[in-house]
Design a binder for this molecule. Structure first.
Ligand code: TRP
Length: 456
């Protein structure tokens, strides 16, 4: 019985805090600092942010709790956890496909995540070399275009980032990660505070804040609602088994509820701070909020180019961004690696090498999306756009939907109550949100965007 197997073959976190740090490391990444600002800019600001916040609270947190509890109950890679828990409860073996979809999603997301992390690495050296100092918005924009239109440079950074990621994964995510996250996360936070401070001096701080926090519902299209919901999954690392596999290394006595709330709050705070740093700069320099994936790379360097000590702080910022991306990337591939070790008896090193090579090759598609294949579009989207859309807005919400259903329709109340350590109204709240609210919200938003159902 999985219930009696109290620790994972792959080891355990040394404490509850180690888990909180690792899961926060997974959650806080490019999603918060790169993706959140640019999709907020593309989708009109305030109303989009509001929907995103509601999705975090009503869908994200309950599903995060469900993922962690399933992981800790199963104590295996997501594929085997789903298989074993379904078998124990005499449920359909097809539940294990949920684990498979998660592994696939992890490969797909990491393949482009690594390319974007490569941009951040390239920017470490640009900042350190003083290339931003005194540069205009136009010059910074040209610098960005120069980078993404060169496939060789993108490939070099993508390769370096993948190697960095697979080295950590091959050594086991418990060792090393914990120490790194402990001081890097606070450092990243401090530098964001500083950037928000700079944003206050631009003269457009109120315009930036108003853009982020004043909802204009006329800008809220059904597609924007879907993107906001998809991003709630993406930013919390939900819907593909990353948090599940981290949960499988969680000690027995740790509170799943508390840790989930802490992780979600920290993650949200970082995203909002990034927004508050970036939009005032956008408005102060007459830039376009809907500039797309290059937004932070075209705005923050302006700030670093003008503030005293900008070369130093800019370098530090991009170093920390690379670290944040790194601690996220390893969680994307851990479900696949854990499964290879469990089912194919591979060593972690070999499993990591395989997973890394596959992801690396897939990353070429994203690299070319910005140059050689920039004109090759399907539904008006490049390969990268399609990959991002399919994973964040379709696969992750679907994965999350089935995780929620599995936790509340398949697992018994006794099991979930025991794992969550909740009773009474607290448990009821989680149960209702996970059993009804989150799944219906996902379905409703899907139907709405496909036009089968229209509200608003
Ligand atoms: N949450 C991370 C970020 O915001 C990305 C990430 C890591 C992720 N693991 C994940 C996204 C699992 C979806 C699923 O940058």
């Amino acid at each position: 019985m999985a219930g009696s197997k109290r620790s994972s073959l792959h080891g355990q976190w040394s404490s509850r805090w180690a888990f909180v740090l690792a899961a926060t490391g997974s959650a806080v990444g490019l999603g918060n600092i790169w993706k959140f600002p640019y999709i907020t800019g593309e989708n009109g600001g305030g109303a989009f942010v509001l929907v995103y916040l509601i999705c975090i609270a009503c869908i994200g947190i309950p599903i995060m709790m469900a993922e962690i509890l399933i992981g800790r109950r199963g104590r295996r890679s997501p594929i085997n956890t789903m298989r074993v828990l379904a078998r124990e409860g005499h449920h359909h073996p097809a539940w294990q496909y949920l684990g498979w979809i998660g592994v696939l999603a992890g490969f797909l997301i990491l393949s482009y995540y690594s390319v974007i992390a490569g941009w951040a690495m390239a920017y470490v050296f640009r900042a350190a070399g003083g290339m931003f100092s005194g540069a205009t918005g136009e010059q910074i924009g040209a610098l960005f275009t120069g980078l993404i239109s060169d496939p060789e440079r993108l490939l070099a950074w993508h390769t370096i980032f993948m190697v960095m990621t697979m080295i950590v994964v091959s050594r086991g995510v418990q060792s090393g990660l914990e120490k790194a996250v402990r001081f890097l996360m606070p450092a990243l936070f401090l530098i964001l505070v500083m950037l928000v401070g700079y944003a206050m001096s631009t003269g457009s701080f109120t315009a930036g804040i108003a853009f982020l926090f004043t909802p204009d519902f006329s800008k809220l299209t059904p597609a924007a609602v879907l993107i906001a919901m998809g991003h709630a999954f993406f930013t919390l690392s939900l819907g593909m088994g990353a948090i599940m596999v981290y949960g499988s290394y969680l000690p027995e006595n740790a509170s799943i509820t508390q840790t989930s709330v802490i992780i979600a709050l920290a993650d949200t705070l970082v995203a909002l701070m990034a927004g508050m740093a970036i939009f005032p700069i956008v408005f102060a320099h007459g830039l376009e909020p809907g500039a797309g994936p290059g937004l932070i790379f075209q705005t923050l360097p302006i700030a670093f180019g003008q503030m005293p000590g900008g070369a130093f702080f800019g370098t530090l910022f991009f170093v920390l961004l690379v670290f944040a991306a790194w601690t996220s990337a390893i969680s994307l591939i851990e479900p696949a690696v854990a499964w290879l070790v469990e089912n194919h008896g591979m060593t972690r090193v070999l499993a990591s090498a395989w997973a890394g090579v596959i992801t690396w090759v897939m990353g070429l598609g994203t690299i070319f999306s910005f140059n050689l294949w920039a004109e090759a579009k399907l539904f008006g989207k490049t390969f990268f756009d399609l990959l991002d859309f399919a994973t964040a807005n379709v696969i992750l919400p679907l994965g999350g939907l089935f995780i929620a259903l599995f936790a509340t329709w398949t697992l018994s109340r006794k099991v979930t109550m025991e794992e969550l350590g909740l009773q009474g109204a607290g448990y009821q709240l989680w149960y209702i949100l996970t059993r009804y609210v989150a799944p219906l919200a996902v379905i409703f938003i899907f139907l709405n965007v496909t036009g089968l159902l229209r509200f608003g």
